[in-house]
Design a protein. Structure first.
Length: 593
């Protein structure tokens, strides 16, 4: 046999050259990745660049044409002295008081609704959602209409409620409104833990002779994650709230930091460095709350659920206990919702001037509003902009939510998730201030971006506030939809759009409708962005209502508020009813769930 290796020579191994097809595929993947990143780059630019530029002016005014110093701490020194220092201290104390009160009330409500046989649990949860969706300034206006010198109580009783007005317009009233506004957030954080926790720890404590109160104390350390989360979120919501600062606190001469920011921007010329320094302090307060929550949880384990966890049994209330708890729960909702609603309804029915009797009540204010060109134009403007914002938030939120669900725990998902959380944590007054500053710069006009003083900028502000929460709301439902549904529909010959509407839309229709309603209702009566970005001569609804209050036309403002709230409730009912009628498949799936 002949050795062929001697003839053929040594073997050589060569790597196959990269074909043009492979190079094109690699370029295609890179281009596709860049295209997928473009929306998030644009989202970050639209949302974060205005805020970043606004915050930068506090330390470098000359860089943005707002002063002579390239680097300075002067705006912070001004904030920490005079009446602005008083506003900062008041904001801190009010935030702490509201967070503590809201957490205590939420803990009691969570325990009663999740661990006892309290009657009407569904009703109380529904009222919590109503309190969550209502803007804070509506509750403030309800109390204001009630205790004003020419308000409801003064005109019905003939006596000026000066003592009650001092309480409502002081720290007590401000803390109460902010705390009642924060109770739903705290309730959602605490009730989720109670709902899944068994009774092992309570039973063990009772076995060793502990009383009912002592056994409840055993649960408090286990509920620490929910309690700290409740404290942090209510504190952050309270210090960044603008509705109470612009209404109740402003009427009582009780300065808060968000109101001081609006006042610094509203002066002529606008003091942007001072407002920017206030924005830094506002973000610092929010960051400190989140940091306190994180440090309190570090190094501690709360893994108490396992396969042996027994479902919790509800404590049966005695007739006396049932009456006492119902009185307490009903009293809270009466003060949080009932009294402000009564103030608005009564103010809308009272005629102008003097003491009135029940016979003088009428619908004159409603007729005045329906024939007022200014109020109707404000309603039409807000309804149109809210519709545009809600539609855009659903479409863009669906894209972002789908991308967030697909990215999972990867780097893109973490970056996008952090961006959305940061956007949600931004106070609305800070966001609006950033838009005012950025689009009022000469460089914006030089680049052809003439958005300052237009409804387009107002819509962008609304969208920047609504888009992060919309994306978070839709990420869960869109993440549950498998791509195999679309592939199956395309395999059977349906176009891409028809495949999505036929295979995916019925499954996520409920989430889309709820997201649209939340974005629409939140935009319709939104105050801080409307107050700061409203175009000249065009007042959104919330601004028109507050101007009616400042002009002491209580009846017209209250009547418009009542009409809008009733119309919003009717809209929600119609939308949910249409969802059940037009999408029976989705209805059946919800029933099974």
């Amino acid at each position: 046999m002949i050795d062929t290796s001697l003839v053929s020579g040594p073997r050589t191994t060569t790597r196959p050259a990269r074909t043009p097809h492979r190079r094109i595929s690699a370029l295609h993947r890179r281009a596709a990745g860049a295209l997928r990143a473009l929306p998030w780059i644009g989202f970050a630019a639209v949302l974060l660049l205005p805020v970043g530029g606004f915050l930068l002016v506090a330390v470098s005014p000359r860089l943005l044409g707002q002063g002579d110093a390239w680097f300075t701490w002067s705006p912070f020194q001004r904030v920490l002295s005079g009446w602005t220092a008083h506003a900062l201290l008041d904001t801190l104390l009010v935030g702490l008081g509201a967070a503590l009160l809201a957490t205590v009330v939420a803990l009691a409500l969570s325990w009663l609704t999740e661990r006892t046989t309290l009657a009407g649990r569904g009703l109380w949860r529904l009222l919590l959602w109503a309190l969550l969706l209502a803007p804070s300034y509506l509750e403030s206006l309800g109390w204001t209409w009630l205790v004003e010198p020419q308000g409801v109580l003064s005109r019905v009783t003939g006596h000026d409620p000066a003592a009650l007005r001092a309480v409502v317009f002081g720290p007590t009233g401000v803390i109460w409104v902010l705390a009642s506004r924060g109770v739903p957030f705290a309730y959602l954080a605490v009730s989720a833990l109670l709902r899944g926790m068994g009774r092992e720890f309570e039973d063990a404590a009772r076995t060793h002779g502990a009383g009912r109160l002592a056994s409840f104390r055993v649960l408090l350390p286990i509920l620490a994650p929910g309690l700290w989360a409740a404290l942090a979120i209510v504190f952050a919501e309270s210090v960044s709230d603008f509705g109470v600062a612009a209404t109740l606190a402003s009427q009582g001469g009780f300065p808060l930091l968000t109101g001081a920011m609006e006042q610094a921007i509203g002066t002529f010329p606008a003091d942007f460095p001072l407002a920017s320094a206030m924005g830094w302090l506002l973000l610092t307060l929010v960051a400190l709350a989140l940091l306190a929550q994180r440090r309190s949880m570090r190094g501690r384990s709360f893994q108490i659920l396992s396969g042996r966890t027994r479902p919790a049994r509800r404590t049966r209330l005695s007739p006396g206990g049932q009456l006492a708890t119902l009185t307490g729960v009903a009293g809270f909702f009466l003060l949080a919702l009932g009294v402000p609603a009564f103030g608005a309804a009564a103010a809308s029915l009272l005629p102008s001037g003097g003491k009135v009797t029940s016979a003088a009540l009428g619908l004159g204010n409603f007729r005045h509003v329906l024939h007022s060109a200014g109020m109707l134009s404000a309603l039409a403007l807000s309804a149109r902009l809210a519709t545009i914002t809600a539609c855009a938030a659903v479409v863009l939120g669906a894209v972002a939510g789908r991308a967030l669900a697909r990215s999972g725990g990867g780097r893109t998902g973490r970056v996008l998730d952090a961006l959305l959380l940061a956007a949600i944590a931004l106070p609305s007054v800070l966001l609006a201030s950033g838009y005012i500053f950025t689009y009022n710069l000469p460089i914006s006009s030089d680049l052809g971006i003439d958005l300052y003083g237009t409804t387009t900028l107002l819509v962008l502000g609304y969208l920047a506030g609504a888009l992060p929460s919309s994306a978070r709301l839709l990420s869960g439902s869109l993440g549950q939809v498998s791509d195999q549904l679309l592939w199956a529909a395309r395999t059977h010959g349906r176009p891409a759009a028809s495949a999505w509407t036929g295979a995916v839309l019925p499954l996520v229709a409920g989430s889309l409708v709820w997201t649209w309603l939340i974005a629409f209702c939140g935009t319709l009566l939104e105050l801080p962005i409307s107050q700061l970005l409203a175009p000249p001569g065009q007042e959104p609804l919330s601004v028109a209502i507050t101007h009616q209050l400042q002009g002491y036309d209580l009846g017209a403002g209250a009547a418009m508020t009542v009409l809008v709230v009733v119309a919003t409730v009717v809209l929600i009912a119609l939308a949910l009813g249409a969802l059940r009628l037009l999408l029976p498949a989705a209805r059946r799936m919800e029933a099974v769930a």
